[in-house]
Design a protein around this ligand. Structure first.
Ligand SMILES: CCCCCCC[C@@H](O)CC(=O)SCCNC(=O)CCNC(=O)[C@H](O)C(C)(C)COP(=O)(O)OP(=O)(O)OC[C@H]1O[C@@H](n2cnc3c(N)ncnc32)[C@H](O)[C@@H]1OP(=O)(O)O
Length: 309
């Protein structure tokens, strides 16, 4: 793994005003996204999944999976993380965490106004952690639909603190962080799903064209034997499992999603999502079956439980 020099000016990064952006999507994007996170991959007539890719039973609109909202965060940064005062090696960037609050059911097509701000910046010595907050408003009604907090883990970019105290800035309360304690008891339910060898090539068409997920040479420089899966694709698989197993297939029961990416996933690997129910909170962890390693953990808060539970 090689690295290019990184250079940080935390004051410049903190004072940067992100431009307001527009993000438009259609039902085609919604269906393509659902296929990208494995909906209907094993069963093309799955009664819980077909509504995410097709106007099942004459339904007027294709339904939207809650993690679709995560696309708005990358979509609100057309220039990527090209910010004044932030010089880092993009080949060493990893997605660290994703936090999503949903305030309204997501429409199957919309034109959004995105307001972006810096949510956090931390010096971890070997790495820098950058957190970006995106608030997405429906342009027509002005309604706030959702908020994303996206964490980038920039390997090799730490050590920029000017004092002996490691630099750390956050604009949100500490109890909002995605770390969870996995319960000791048996999970309430476990869901097994296979990613396809071509999963990342399909998922990237939803807007994350980072070559880490498609280019073998780039992946090797980044420290992997081959291209890895997008973190948000793994999160999509996990939350889709929760919607299926706990929400009776109803995507609108999901209120808030939190996940920390613990280890990379190779496309083609099998994901086991273990879920524990604590009131209206689902604590989950996702493991790669072939390597017996946990790759993602977090929680999903619900408005209510499915009557079928
Ligand atoms: C704005 C848009 C940006 C996002 C764009 C995303 C673009 C995508 O195309 C990119 C991707 O999808 S990459 C694929 C998905 N992500 C991954 O595979 C990463 C998996 N995780 C890892 O490899 C390690 O956890 C790793 C390497 C992340 C950390 O492991 P270690 O180096 O062993 O870290 P560790 O020593 O345990 O901890 C050091 C400090 O960092 C904090 N931390 C650890 N993991 C974190 C994570 N995942 N997210 C955020 N913070 C994390 C630790 O808490 C620790 O801090 P402290 O010392 O204060 O406790």
């Amino acid at each position: 793994m090689s690295s290019e020099a990184s250079e940080f000016d935390p004051d410049r990064i903190e004072s940067y005003k992100f431009p307001e952006t527009t993000y438009t999507y259609s039902e085609r994007d919604v269906a393509l996204y659902a296929l990208g996170i494995g909906a209907c991959a094993r069963d093309a007539v799955d009664v819980d999944q077909l509504k995410f890719v097709y106007h099942e039973k004459g339904q007027k609109f294709i339904q939207v999976l809650p993690t679709f909202a995560a696309l708005f965060s990358l979509g609100s940064l057309p220039g990527g993380l090209d910010l004044p005062g932030l010089k880092y090696d993009p080949r060493l960037l990893l997605h660290g965490q994703q936090y999503i609050e949903l305030y309204k059911p997501l429409p199957s097509n919309a034109c959004l106004k995105n307001i972006v701000s810096l949510a956090g910046l931390h010096d971890k010595g070997k790495a820098a952690i950058l957190e970006i907050e995106t608030k997405s408003y429906d342009k027509d009604s002005g309604a706030l639909l959702c908020m994303n907090r996206t964490t980038a883990f920039l390997r090799g970019a730490g050590g920029f603190s000017k004092s002996s105290h490691p630099y750390s800035y956050s604009n949100y309360p500490k109890d909002n962080v995605p770390s969870v304690k996995i319960p000791k008891g048996q999970p309430f339910v476990v869901f097994e799903d296979c990613t396809q060898p071509s999963q990342a090539l399909l998922y990237r068409l939803s807007g994350d064209y980072n070559p880490l997920h498609s280019d073998p040479t780039f992946a090797k420089v980044a420290g992997f034997t081959r291209p890895i899966l997008h973190g948000l694709c793994t999160l999509g698989f996990s939350v889709r499992a929760i919607v299926k197993c706990i929400c009776g297939g109803d995507p609108n029961l999901v209120k808030c999603i939190s996940g920390r990416f613990l280890l990379h996933v190779y496309p083609g690997e099998t994901l086991l999502t273990e879920m524990w129910l604590e009131g209206l909170r689902v604590i989950y962890q996702t493991k790669v079956k072939e390597r017996s390693r946990t790759v993602l953990s977090g929680y999903v808060d619900l408005h209510g439980l499915s009557s079928s539970l």
